[in-house]
Write a protein that binds this ligand. Structure first.
Ligand code: AHG
Ligand code: MN
Ligand code: MN
Length: 312
């Protein structure tokens, strides 16, 4: 058989890369949940659930369903245990097993859910931590693996277990098949994705965006972090920013659910993710609702952002 026709699925990839067995199983089960989420996405349900999450945001029925699919899968699986589970859609950390399990999991079940009604791509973020979720340690020390899934024309899954960053595509038989091994960001790119209202940007951030525009960077912003970040990673460079705002000094994006998992993935692809100054993975999560300004992408652009933000 032609070598190019041999398909490597996610489980085989995890195993070939020597990923620890429990971690491998968690990743494979999350991938399975993502497959079901991609199916319910096709049901044309765009209804509000009539409830709000812990961030005071209106939930879609799909937000709640995706959350249930992930939680139940991890809770009732008996071949491995999960210690703690935290979701952007729930107020508190749930203890799924009391057996002193090695790993805990954070999820943003449906990222970019405000894009569901307009039929743009949305996603899921997963972080897998050694030990507790709020351990008093920086994410760099506790995050064993991270993933995101993009529900677009294709369903794709990107993961790192600190073994590089790799992309898989959900094929028609329901398998995640390797599509790109070792995704790599170039030192710089040509697109920028600027979050937050321009009228609320602080002057140093605004000056940085002016610089990008003067340099001819092309605007690419959908309003969904998973697809926006995925575009930068897949195109091999550029920068996504969601800065401090005059009305929200910590910005909008959530450290545990969105930023640290994405930071592990981006660093695994040779890029950077910072709060403008410090690496996102060096921050210590102290609360589920913690937010931070966010700059992620190619090294040169993220370092340039730091230069603008620290200028006198
Ligand atoms: P979620 O749908 O999980 O609440 O996340 C939405 C986030 C993120 O996906 C995106 O980057 C950001 O909100 C967009 O914010 P703006 O609407 O302010 O651009
Ligand atoms: Mn989100
Ligand atoms: Mn969400």
């Amino acid at each position: 058989m032609n070598k190019n026709m041999v398909k490597i699925n996610l489980r085989a990839h995890l195993s070939n890369h020597g990923v620890e067995e429990k971690l491998r199983r968690i990743i494979a089960h999350v991938a399975d949940s993502a497959k079901y989420i991609s199916l319910i996405m096709r049901e044309a349900n765009r209804k509000l659930a009539g409830t709000q999450n812990s961030f005071g945001e209106d939930q879609l029925e799909l937000d709640v369903l995706a959350d249930d699919i992930l939680k139940q899968r991890l809770e009732y699986e008996t071949s491995f245990g999960i210690g703690e589970f935290a979701s952007e859609e729930q107020d508190t950390i749930k203890l799924l097993s009391t057996n002193g399990e090695r790993y805990s999991v954070t999820v943003d079940p449906l990222d970019g859910s405000s894009l569901v009604d307009v039929n743009l791509a949305v996603g899921t973020f997963i972080g897998i931590h050694e030990g507790k979720i709020l351990s008093g340690k920086p994410g760099r020390e506790t995050l064993a693996a991270a993933m995101y899934v993009v529900y677009g024309p294709l369903t794709t899954l990107v993961y790192t277990a600190r073994n590089g960053t790799h992309e898989f595509v959900l094929d028609p038989t329901g398998n995640f098949v390797l599509s790109q091994e070792n995704l790599t960001l170039k030192d710089s790119g040509s697109i920028y994705s600027p979050g937050g209202l321009r009228s609320e940007w602080l002057p140093k951030h605004a000056a940085f965006i002016d610089y990008l525009e003067a340099e001819g960077y092309k605007l690419r912003y959908s309003g969904g972090l998973v697809p926006d970040a995925n575009q930068i990673i897949s195109k091999g460079g550029g920068i996504f920013t969601y800065p401090a705002l005059t009305s929200a000094r910590a910005g909008k994006l959530r450290l545990l659910f969105e930023e640290q998992p994405l930071a592990l993935i981006v660093e695994g692809a040779g890029g950077l993710a910072t709060n403008g100054v410090n690496d996102i993975l060096d921050l210590v999560p102290e609360a589920l609702e913690q937010r931070s300004p966010f700059y992620m992408g190619s090294r040169i652009e993220v370092q340039m952002a730091r230069r603008y933000l620290t200028k006198d």
